[in-house]
Design a protein around this ligand. Structure first.
Ligand code: NAD
Length: 282
């Protein structure tokens, strides 16, 4: 039986944000994040309001640029061009999902790479995938790496398994783990006998959106397990991992809520401050 350490993502995020607030105040800076929100989506509304509140708490200005559900692609591209050209705007994010008629790749590609604090622009994604320095990295995988560091993970030579291959979480996380010296396996919904692969993992990160998919018998005794999933089941919030089933077997585990979620916003704020510093040569 292993004693499981449950990582507190809220506390770590609070620490990161306090540090950022101190740096921003000391520099007398006014970083600014523009959030592009097209259409009506209840979850997106909650996410962008959370981002706005957390920005303001640490001294980052944040405005939500709202566009209608029927917005034409040319209009959203024009707004992004204006934000790209505005020197007062340091970071730009496009809240996903966009309304179905819009070409998401074309919209994300339009964001100027130096203001792409979500790291979804292909230049940043390509830099990360190639192991080149200087990329803006998507906030969720960045937050996961911080949690792993907090857990004392040594990375080098470890086998990391990532469940999920989305461009927002799984793929950039696999690149970060590879760049850190892990041997990485990425599994997804077409993978056969996932549990044989997860059972080999020293580090297991789960981002597939399947409530409590990963059971206790899927993991190796003493593994570090990061649960990225956010699922609502009968009004209850749960992750992609069977939390109670892994207690006593995983060495480290993140809770849902209170694990990866708070770290994601903290990393977005950190990216925005980094964009400001780059643009002001500080
Ligand atoms: P996505 O739907 O874009 O991608 C899901 C991935 O999981 C795909 O690669 C798919 O092939 C794989 N998958 C689906 N079912 C699977 C199965 N049964 N077995 C193995 N792989 C399977 O999702 P996403 O945007 O990457 O998000 C994944 C989860 O993470 C969701 O629950 C989402 O809400 C959550 N999320 C949380 C945060 C956060 O800040 N905590 C941020 C982003 C996403």
């Amino acid at each position: 039986m292993t004693e499981t350490r449950v990582l507190d993502g809220r506390r770590l995020a609070e620490k990161v944000e306090q540090k950022l607030a101190g740096e921003i105040a000391a520099a007398g800076a006014k970083p600014f994040l523009a959030v592009v929100l097209a259409g009506k989506n209840e979850a997106s509304e909650i996410y962008v309001r959370n981002k706005q509140n957390r920005c303001r708490r640490i001294g980052i200005g944040c405005e939500i640029f709202r566009l209608s559900e029927e917005v034409r692609e040319a209009e959203i591209l024009e707004l992004i061009d204006e934000l790209n050209a505005n020197p007062e705007v340091n970071g730009i994010i496009v809240q996903l999902p966009l309304p179905a008629h819009l070409n998401t790749a074309a919209v994300l590609e339009r964001v100027c790479p130096g203001k792409d604090v979500d790291g979804f622009q292909p230049l940043n994604a390509g830099r990360l995938a190639s192991g080149f320095p200087g990329a803006f990295v998507p906030a969720t995988p960045l937050g996961i790496m911080r949690l792993l560091e907090e857990a004392g993970a040594k990375f080098c030579g470890l086998h990391a398994v990532v469940i999920g291959a989305s461009p927002i979480v799984g793929r950039p996380l696999a690149a970060l783990l590879l760049n850190a010296g892990c041997s990485v396996s990425v599994v997804h919904d077409k993978t056969i006998e996932i549990e044989k692969i997860t059972a080999e993992a020293d580090i297991l990160a789960v981002a597939c959106g399947c409530p409590e998919l990963v059971k206790g018998n899927w993991i190796k005794e003493g593994a570090i397990v990061i649960d990225v999933g956010i699922n609502r089941e009968n009004g209850r919030l749960c992750g992609d991992v069977d939390f109670s089933g892994l207690m006593g077997k995983a060495a480290v585990l993140t809770p849902v809520p209170g694990g990866v979620g708070p770290m994601t916003i903290a990393m977005l704020l950190e990216n925005t401050w980094r964009a400001y510093k780059q643009q002001h040569n500080i």
